[in-house]
Design a protein around this ligand. Structure first.
Ligand SMILES: [Zn+2]
Length: 354
């Protein structure tokens, strides 16, 4: 029996073309099948991930709206934003969770996840915020807003090594941020449980020599933990950053001969009444106190701290602005007030009189 007729068919151009078509169709079908199963796996994984965050019943309305009108994504994002800006973080979270259950577009998911991370962060849920931001970075690694938020969270949770890694990623995106790097290194040293106070102090002083804006941090640490060295770390240029610390310096750490070396401290301690080292000052508050002479006990100084970035002011010192997250630091501002002590003295005197 001969099979020659088969060999003829096999060589026939129509047969080759049919075979090629079949191969192409099979490859396309397999690719489609693989894509479909990959997308299904990703969707399942995401649903599992999101189920860790309780979207509660109030998200149902938003989900229903988005299912009925898929083009309402932008309006719901706007609504989440309005709630965020007015401090309604829980509502903003509900909207964003509902959006994330429905929306499949990758860039929209990244946007909603980043906003969700921001809302969790503001609401004080650092762990949730960190998890959702890390998940968003898996979809888009070069997400600057998510990285900035993560940096703030790692600083707040004192995970300085992770904060430094996040800073590496941010520096790749928008250049060097040497002040923040030095600040994170300083914070890591301050919080290192394996280092003695003396070694911490020495390392902080070393760092502040390279980055003078760290003077206040090094000075404050030394003042508290190694007071015997405090007058050896003064950086005259940076004294304005620490006026409040000099003003409140306990008497047992104050050395008059050391303080008098610096013109600004001569005025500050004359205003405080510890020395007679100045008769006036270019700084209004110091000048007023100096001129009050023996009556200066009726007045006192208080301090507030203004962000050099957004100009918001706060009653406590900060290294990263709580409002705009800038690391540029706080400007120490003086406020002349009525002395609480003088009120008490007047009350005691009047009590004695009657
Ligand atoms: Zn600010």
């Amino acid at each position: 029996m001969s099979f020659e007729f088969l060999a003829i068919d096999y060589r026939h151009p129509a047969f080759s073309a049919a075979m090629l078509l079949l191969v192409v169709a099979t490859v396309a079908f397999l690719d489609h099948l693989l894509n479909f199963s990959r997308k299904k796996r990703q969707a399942k994984k995401l649903t599992r991930f999101l189920s860790r965050f309780d979207s509660a019943n109030s998200g149902k309305d938003y989900k229903a709206l988005l299912t009925l009108q898929p083009d309402s994504f932008d309006s719901l994002m706007l609504l989440a934003d309005i709630n965020f800006k007015s401090g309604q973080y829980a509502e903003s979270i509900h909207i964003l969770l509902a959006l994330l259950e429905i929306v499949v577009d990758k860039s929209r998911r990244v946007e909603a996840m980043t906003r969700l991370g921001r809302s969790y962060h503001k609401a004080g849920f650092y762990q949730r915020s960190r998890d959702i931001l890390l998940e968003s970075l898996k979809l888009k690694a070069r997400n600057e807003e998510a990285l900035e938020l993560l940096l703030a969270i790692y600083e707040q949770t004192k995970e300085y090594n992770r904060a430094l890694e996040t800073l590496d990623a941010l520096e790749e995106l928008d250049g060097e941020r040497s002040l923040e790097r030095s600040l994170l290194k300083a914070k890591a040293i301050e919080n290192d449980p394996l280092l003695s106070a003396e070694k911490k102090g020495a390392a902080l002083i070393e760092l502040s020599k390279k980055e003078p804006r760290l003077f206040r941090l090094a000075f404050e640490f030394t003042l508290e933990h190694n007071p015997q060295n405090v007058w050896r770390v003064i950086d005259e240029e940076r004294i304005p950053d620490a006026l409040d610390l000099f003003w409140r310096m306990p008497k047992d750490r104050f050395i008059e001969s050391e303080a008098l070396k610096y013109p600004l401290l001569r005025e500050l301690y004359a205003a405080k009444g510890r020395t007679d080292s100045a008769t006036n000052s270019a700084i209004f508050e110091f000048d007023a106190l100096i001129k009050l002479g023996a009556h200066k006990t009726i007045a006192d100084l208080e301090f507030e701290y203004r962000c050099s970035g957004c100009m918001a002011s706060f009653p406590v010192h900060f290294t990263r602005c709580p409002n705009c997250q800038s690391a540029e630091g706080a400007r120490v501002e003086l406020i002349l007030t009525k002395s609480a002590k003088s009120d008490k003295e007047r009350y005691d005197q009047s009590a004695n009189f009657y």
